[in-house]
Ligand binder design. Structure first.
Ligand SMILES: Cc1cc2nc3c(=O)[nH]c(=O)nc-3n(C[C@H](O)[C@H](O)[C@H](O)COP(=O)(O)OP(=O)(O)OC[C@H]3O[C@@H](n4cnc5c(N)ncnc54)[C@H](O)[C@@H]3O)c2cc1C
Length: 579
């Protein structure tokens, strides 16, 4: 109280110094304020491993390598997860539909991985019952759905209480009353896991950093370094924030650049044989007031029989995805009018009473699948399994795969690298709890949440706000609450609610939030699931970040322009924004 009183009565200049002091106190290992230090450190030693790409694949590799004791660096040219890893369907799943293509091994591996991801990061992964309607003339009949789901349960080693069951038409409609009644014969129901792909990637990244990885975002590998024997020994890197370039040396270099994997293979002169085939997937977000879906549904489209998800989340329903060949700018795939119409048509077919229109779409995202080209196959038919390429120079490239299978992909790569650099030790990441996941395992999650929501409410938050923070940060919410508790009147000074202020400070100091878009997209997912909140608070967030990160006015304008642009593309088809 006294502190608050004194703070409020200080002049603005003194307040500034006061807050600045706090900034000097806080030196955390993954702070946007300390980016330069990490970059300096990476230049000073020869690393065992340099990972290029901070999506889930790169983050997983860095974590496994650091756990095994390899000195590891990771560079990401955008924000962590800004590539495909923030643009997926956001499911940790076995990929039921791949059974249709007899991808038994893939389904078994990623299916089993679901349980591990859930146990190690229950705060970002939650079970979601998925309903598979059986329609007259649809892809699956009653028998094939029942057999398919049973095979899925077996292959993925699904827990007894999460195994599939079959429902008749009446019970199906009780669960999902919005479903099309005409032609509906019943359904199968089974469990998938919902996640926040970007936050899952970040939690892996943070865990890797806590275990020794040096990592920075906005750091691009512009070219590769070679020794006289033509072996790759590092990368020439550009810090896209300061414009400085420097070399990072490493015994092994892994190219985990997702849709950009072939760009680096080209730089390495090793893009031969198999190559990437990029397909675009779009999702739309609609408010629950217009699409009040309570039960996730995975259904056939009327047009081409592809399968589409409709999933309730945080007061919204999201629907997707498309799957079309893409050869545009990799960094910025956009929703087109055709994508939007395709998804709305699919949703209106399966949920005919809704009569959804373009104006109901609040937000959207588009991502690129880095698939491996297969002659004569359409986008949906190409396998989702991962492949590793090792070039003559020793560059290790990994592409394809699924978010869900990240840990196994990492294990394969690090097994190889560890052997090469002479580090013994097996992969143990199946037992490593990710950052924020220290909540007593999946069984402990509910009581942890209850307890922490109470802590948040005692700090003056309403239940909804407290719940939001606990869900977002898992066990790290304790740190977020600590910031709230110790920051006195700072939030008020920057005209923000305390919960937003604490999230932002935590993001800057402990999650390397470097731009406003990092915060609104990859740190909080609000660009997709709460775009009104972004509109409400963007000015305050920009002001605070500009102050903490000492932006020039040019930097500030650039970041504001980037946020406005991405908001426009999230809310509208590309053609309308470009018109
Ligand atoms: C529409 C869609 C839906 C999907 N749904 C699911 C799902 O529900 N469940 C699931 O398990 N999987 C899903 N996937 C697949 C999953 O999202 C991807 O397999 C995964 O995110 C790929 O991660 P990545 O790290 O390999 O690539 P990315 O996330 O793209 O990461 C690569 C990173 O490398 C960086 N980079 C590139 N070049 C350089 C350079 N020169 N220097 C520094 N950095 C560089 C990029 O900026 C990028 O961030 C989906 C994919 C799509 C497109």
């Amino acid at each position: 109280m006294l502190w608050s009183f004194l703070f409020l009565n200080l002049s603005d200049k003194v307040k500034y110094v006061f807050i600045k002091e706090r900034m000097f106190e806080v030196v955390k290992p993954f702070s946007a304020i300390q980016r330069n230090t990490y970059l300096d450190e990476m230049q000073q030693e020869e690393l065992d491993l340099l990972v290029i790409g901070g999506g889930i694949t790169g983050a997983g590799i860095a974590l496994d390598a650091s756990v095994r004791g390899l000195s590891t660096g990771l560079i990401e040219m955008q924000d962590f997860a800004a590539g495909t890893s923030s643009r997926s369907t956001k499911l940790v799943h076995g990929g039921l539909r791949y059974l249709k293509q007899f991808e038994v091994k893939l389904v078994a591996e990623v299916g089993k991985e679901r349980a591990i991801v859930y146990e190690n990061a229950p705060h970002v992964t939650s079970p979601e019952w998925m309903l598979l309607p059986i329609m007259k003339g649809g892809t699956f009949g009653k028998l094939s759905t029942s057999v398919g789901l049973k095979a899925y349960d077996k292959l993925a080693g699904v827990k007894r209480n999460e195994r599939r069951s079959m429902l008749n038409k009446k019970t199906t409609l009780e669960k999902a009353p919005l479903l099309r009644k005409e032609g509906l014969k019943g359904s199968g129901i089974y469990v998938e896991y919902k996640t926040d792909d970007a936050r899952l990637t970040l939690e892996i990244m943070k865990e890797a950093v806590h275990r020794g990885t040096k990592a920075t975002n906005y750091t691009k590998a512009e070219s590769l370094l070679y020794n006289e024997a033509g072996k790759v020994i590092g990368a020439k890197v550009k810090d896209l924030v300061t414009g400085k370039t420097f070399d990072i040396k490493a015994k092994r270099v892994v190219n985990a650049a997702g849709p950009w994997v072939d760009d680096l293979r080209e730089i390495d002169g090793s893009k031969k044989g198999k190559f990437l085939y990029l397909t675009k997937g779009v999702h739309l977000v609609i408010d629950q007031s217009r699409f009040p879906l309570k039960q996730a549904v995975y259904f056939d489209t009327e047009d081409d029989g592809r399968m589409v998800f409709a999933i309730p989340r945080d007061g919204k329903t999201y629907v997707g995805t498309t799957d079309t060949y893409y050869d545009g700018r990799i960094a910025s795939p956009r929703m087109t009018q055709e994508d939007l119409d395709y998804i709305l048509d699919a949703a209106n077919y399966m949920f005919p009473s809704l009569k959804l229109e373009e104006k109901d779409v609040e937000s959207s995202w588009a991502g690129l699948r880095p698939l491996i080209h297969e002659e004569g196959k359409s986008a949906s038919e190409i396998s989702r399994k991962d492949e590793t390429f090792i070039s003559d120079s020793g560059l290790i490239s990994i592409a394809g795969g699924k978010l869900t299978g990240y840990r196994k992909m990492a294990q394969r790569i690090v097994d190889m690298v560890a052997k090469d650099v002479g580090v013994k030790g097996k992969c143990t990441t199946d037992k490593i709890v990710l950052s924020g996941g220290d909540v007593g395992g999946s069984n402990g999650l509910e009581s942890f949440k209850k307890e922490q929501i109470k802590v948040g409410m005692d700090l003056g938050l309403d239940k909804k706000e407290a719940e939001k923070l606990v869900k977002l940060y898992g066990s790290n919410v304790k740190r977020v609450f600590e910031i709230m508790e110790t920051s006195g009147e700072e939030a008020k000074h920057f005209h923000m609610p305390k919960s937003l202020y604490a999230s932002l400070v935590y993001g800057l100091e402990e999650e390397m939030t470097t731009t406003p878009l990092d915060f609104f997209n990859r740190r909080t997912a609000s660009l997709f699931f709460d775009i009104h909140w972004v509109k409400e608070w963007k000015v305050q967030v920009v002001n605070y970040m500009a102050y903490r990160l000492h932006w020039t006015s040019e930097q500030r304008d650039r970041y504001v322009e980037e946020l406005e642009r991405e908001m426009a593309y999230a809310m509208n088809p590309e053609e309308k924004v470009n018109a």
